[in-house]
Design a protein around this ligand. Structure first.
Ligand code: ZN
Ligand code: MN
Length: 495
């Protein structure tokens, strides 16, 4: 068979919610790097006779994330027991939601290259996590610190058409989680985990064929790699007339960059789901939804649109600036500091007329210069020493010709290393441009006298000698003369 095939991709994602305590007990929900089995209690260890108490803030974070993903919140949702036996699950069941989840029917618009793609989301529900298995030197260890921590599980519809789109969706999801503060969503640390479902079908065929599930992918690269590998592998089967007849589960071999068969056929009723008898149905009032909606901050995709329209930024710069909420906030703080400084320096021009120019300069200094320094130094943007006020002032000094751009670079480096005030440093290092009209005028007069030959050539039409005159002035002042003023003085005197 040689029909054209299309990939059908769906994702199941687990996001660890950043609550203070675990989902059903008061143990703290801490990071992984503390002593194993130090944050446990009879509830999260599944001792008989204990009862779960639902953590309201896990619900709130779930609702927040669901709203950001355009999901509809179910006013009533129900917890169920998913029964299975495994050493990392002391209760013998996970408390999750199946038929009546927290939310349903959402979507996220992502940008795959120049295309806008809508990823349909089937549902987001909340559940608790299992403990963590560690296998080393022929024995297995279990750390129960993670047991009972809250998760949001997000299930997309099989609506994703490429490995790249799947990766972009996940990266956008990570960004949203971080903006909202619902999760650190770090794949390497396991607080964002992803299973992918891949199947193929002939173009034009509406059927869904049995899918392959690749479990526990822990990097964006492995998600993209596993999907690409599956598309390739399944294409070969289809082209050899081997149409998949049962669902299979495969694992990702990071070293070999291939998927490996783990098991076939696995059905939901293997888990003997039933309603959790120890928890009431979860009721979420309209007031609560409205409250969470009204507290919602601007999301990355909304910020992107606003930056493009409000600041007339090109899409690439806007994307770079919304990379995190901190960077976006910094950019806007620098703009407002910059505006105050240029006013202070006597620039009374209408902001509307100079805005586009100024914003482009500011975004350039942040996206190329600051990001470069941050990357080279190994620090984080959040920890770097240049305050928005100092940055706004430095760029204003540059814009108003108080300093030239090479002085700007020197000042930037120093601000990055020590957090110094730009004006103070410029004075100390004698970096301020000479803008005193009287001083510049006598300089220009002297140069005209010293360069008789060039002056007469200029007067007879060789106008590109202006560059030469300005160059001499810059040389004589070691680059400190205000070049705009110098050029104007030469023009006035030589015309
Ligand atoms: Zn506990
Ligand atoms: Mn799950």
């Amino acid at each position: 068979m040689n029909t054209k095939l299309e990939p059908i991709i769906g994702l199941e994602i687990h996001v660890q919610l950043k609550t203070k305590s675990k989902m059903f007990c008061s143990c703290s929900n801490v990071a992984d790097d503390i002593k194993p089995n130090s944050v446990v209690c009879p509830i999260c260890m599944g001792h008989p006779g204990t009862l779960p108490t639902l953590n309201e803030s896990a619900v709130d974070l779930g609702v927040k994330l669901a709203l950001a993903l355009n999901l509809k919140i179910n006013q009533k949702s129900v917890f169920e027991r998913k029964n299975y036996f495994y050493p990392d699950l002391p209760q013998g069941y996970q408390i999750t939601q199946l038929d009546e989840p927290l939310s349903r029917d959402g979507f996220l618009i992502i940008k795959d290259g120049d295309k806008k793609v809508r990823v349909e989301i089937e549902k987001l529900h909340i559940e608790n996590d299992s403990a963590k298995n560690l296998h080393k030197d022929n024995h297995s260890l279990i750390d129960f610190n993670r047991a009972g921590t809250p998760l949001a599980e997000i299930v997309t519809r099989p609506s994703i058409k490429s490995a790249e789109a799947a990766r972009i969706f996940l990266q956008d999801l990570r960004q949203i989680c971080r903006y909202l503060g619902v999760s650190d969503a770090d794949m390497e640390k396991g607080n964002l985990r992803c299973d992918v479902n891949v199947s193929l079908r002939p173009v034009g065929d509406d059927n869904l064929y049995p899918k392959t599930e690749v479990k526990n992918l822990n990097s964006f690269r492995s998600v993209e790699g596993a999907i690409k590998y599956e598309i390739e592998r399944q294409s070969i089967s289809w082209n050899n007339n081997k149409i998949p007849r049962e669902q299979t589960t495969r694992g990702w071999d990071e070293n070999k960059q291939i998927t490996v068969l783990q098991r076939s056929k696995e059905e939901a009723n293997d888990y003997r789901y039933f309603k959790e008898p120890d928890l009431k149905a979860l009721i979420i009032s309209d007031e609560k939804i409205e409250k969470i909606k009204s507290d919602m901050i601007e999301l990355p995709y909304q910020k992107l649109e606003r930056f493009v329209s409000q600041y007339e930024l090109d899409i690439k710069s806007a994307e770079a600036l919304i990379v995190s909420k901190n960077v976006a906030d910094y950019f806007e703080a620098v703009i407002s500091e910059f505006r105050e400084w240029i006013l202070e320096l006597g620039d009374k021009r209408d902001w509307k007329l100079i805005k586009k120019d100024c914003v482009r300069i500011i975004s350039g200094w942040i996206c190329s210069e600051i990001f470069k320094l941050v990357n080279q130094s190994g620090t984080t943007f959040e920890n770097m020493k240049i305050s928005a006020e100092n940055m706004g002032q430095m760029i204003a000094m540059l814009y108003e010709n108080q300093i030239n751009s090479s002085a700007g670079q020197l000042i930037l480096k120093q601000m990055f290393e020590t957090g110094v005030d730009p004006l103070q440093f410029a004075k100390e290092q004698d970096l301020l441009q000479e803008s005193d009209e009287g001083i510049l005028e006598s300089l220009v007069n002297k140069i005209i006298l010293d360069n008789e030959e060039q002056v007469s050539q200029y007067k007879s039409g060789k106008e590109n000698l202006m560059k030469y005159f300005v160059g001499v002035a810059m040389k004589e002042t070691r680059g400190r003369a205000n070049p705009v003023m110098v050029e104007k003085l030469f023009k006035d005197k030589l015309s």
